[in-house]
Design a protein around this ligand. Structure first.
Ligand code: NAP
Ligand code: G3P
Length: 487
């Protein structure tokens, strides 16, 4: 099975119309591991001409796929989930090497994805339509019925980011194909190989030729061309706010769903269970070195309990294992590249210059950045507002709930927030006022369980994901109105 996708010299191929195809122009991108620079493989840098052929093929394949009953589409998804489970260790190892994700986290990304696909098949079969009588509207009698069902949008372009190349590709592909669309997957360049393995699994599960095609190549080179292509009917994008914003600007009338960056706050009140808050904040902020959209990216803590919380955080952060993600128990892994580490250190320098108190963590070696905690962070510091996508955590001390709400809402982002308190009234008071997609009470910010709605507001996104919500986002209502004579 491996050989069709990858051949000699670690050259990988794209899935186009059910076949594994080499680069026509013989142009390839080298993918090196962020761990030690070893060559993981090479993927085709597809040209505009190649992209045109893919889109043409996807358009044709969608027509036939639309005629396949949903119970048959679901069977393909169940098979894909089974194969993914069987190959979780193998694909987890590829992920660990390609994006430097800790091995346990990488395998769990794969099994979580299999669960996601299976749940999607269940959800697709459970979708229902509506029958609306006309006479509920003034002036109409009972001679009209509207039969409303959902139909696919056509060709969905799925663009995924480097931090979850398997999960955030599949969480677009599965609901899209369940709804009867065809999908073109443009994976992140760093993460392409893991995503191509995923495509291989959908093919092995019996997804018909052309219903899933892949396009590899740098987003900065082919991205604009593909997103603007007239035969792309919907764009489902996860990535940075900068690129998401750019896509929405250049695509005019094309419908898009955007999952973008975040600056999730953990608000800690005086009456919080501080041990629980510290456990959640540390795992929320530092797992995969903070390279998660939903990572805890700032703490807003009441001054009266701040010292105690800092001590609890410190003991926990000191225990985080730093180094090679392939070793058991590593949490702090090399960042995706040196540029990412440079950016993190820029934020650190700015904070230090403006008087932040460094509680712990100092060193950066290459793309490994030690976990860092900063206290007394003030609102003039970049670290208070920007998304580091790295293992650094600022603490902003607050005097009351309203100050926390004000600072939380002044962010350009609005993905999630946590509130730690034992007082349910306070939790709901704050939750009600926060401008975010989701508020977690007494838990870290996180996406799962994956059937919950997942969305960002403001610069964190547009549209809603989450299994049923994703199927709805990638389909539309179609109404057939029956007019009859009532005697
Ligand atoms: P990114 O640089 O924005 O890249 C995301 C994807 O967009 C990649 O596949 C990239 O391809 C592609 N791309 C780049 N330029 C493009 C263009 N002009 N047109 C079309 N596609 C283009 O983001 P990243 O660094 O991979 O991921 C980290 C960011 O994603 C963070 O900001 C994080 O918060 C966000 N994120 C958000 C969520 C969420 O659910 N809200 C989840 C995960 C991550 P190349 O790799 O080839 O450049
Ligand atoms: O950043 C990726 C997004 O899908 C969140 O997933 O589980 O890290 O909260 P999680």
């Amino acid at each position: 099975m491996f050989n069709e996708l990858c051949c000699e010299n670690k050259i990988y191929r794209n899935l186009v119309d059910g076949r594994w195809v080499d680069s026509k122009s013989n142009k390839y991108l080298e993918i090196h591991s962020p761990i030690d620079g070893t060559l993981v493989g090479k993927v085709p840098a597809m040209s505009q001409e190649e992209v045109d052929l893919v889109i043409k093929n996807s358009k044709a394949a969608q027509k036939a796929w639309n005629d396949v009953p949903v119970n048959k589409r679901a069977e393909v998804l169940y098979r894909a989930a089974d194969i993914l489970y069987e190959r979780a260790e193998e694909i987890g190892s590829v992920l660990a090497l390609e994006i430097a994700k800790d091995k346990k986290g990488a395998v769990s990304e794969v099994t979580r994805t299999a669960d996601y696909i299976r749940f999607t098949a269940d959800a697709a079969k459970a979708m229902e339509g509506d029958v609306l009588p006309g006479d509920s509207f003034p002036g109409y009698n009972r001679s009209k019925l509207s039969f409303v069902s959902r139909v696919p949008l056509g060709v969905v372009l799925a663009i995924s980011p480097f931090n979850y190349p398997v999960n955030l590709s599949a969480s677009k592909i599965a609901p899209a194909v369940a709804a009867g669309n065809s999908v073109i997957l443009k994976p992140p360049t760093q993460g392409s190989i893991s995503a191509l393995f995923l495509a291989q699994i959908f093919k092995a599960a019996g997804l018909p030729d052309g219903v899933l095609n892949t396009v590899t190549g740098r987003g900065s080179e082919i991205g604009d061309y593909i997103v603007k292509h007239p035969n792309i009917d919907f764009i489902n994008f996860t990535g940075s706010t900068e690129v998401g914003h750019h896509i929405s600007e250049i695509t005019a009338m094309k419908p898009v769903l955007l999952e973008l960056g975040g600056k999730d706050a953990a608000i800690v009140l005086e009456d919080a269970d501080l041990e629980n808050a510290a456990d959640n904040i540390v795992s929320g902020a530092f797992s995969y070195s903070g390279q998660r959209c939903t990572a805890v990216k700032r703490i807003l803590v009441m001054d009266s309990v701040a010292d105690k919380l800092v001590d609890l955080l410190k003991t926990r952060i000191q225990k985080l294992k730093i180094g090679d993600p392939r070793e058991e128990g590593t949490v702090i892994v090399p960042l995706i590249d040196n540029r990412a580490a440079d950016f993190v250190m820029e934020l650190v320098e700015d904070a230090m210059e403006k008087g932040a108190k460094r509680i712990m963590g100092e060193k950066r070696e290459g793309n490994i950045v030690e976990p860092m905690l900063f206290d007394n962070v003030t609102l003039d510091m970049r670290i208070a507002w920007e998304e580091p996508f790295g293992p650094i955590l600022p603490i902003i001390r607050i005097k009351n709930m309203d100050e926390a709400i004000d600072i939380a809402n002044r962010s350009e982002y609005g993905l999630q927030s946590s509130v730690f308190t034992k007082d349910i009234d306070k939790a709901f008071y704050i939750a009600d006022k926060l401008e975010v997609g989701t508020v977690q009470v007494n838990n870290k910010t996180e996406r799962g369980p994956d059937h919950f709605p997942f969305l960002g507001v403001k610069s964190s996104g547009m549209g809603t994901q989450g299994i049923r919500y994703s199927i709805e986002a990638m389909s539309r209502p179609k109404a057939v109105v029956l007019n009859f004579n009532r005697k």
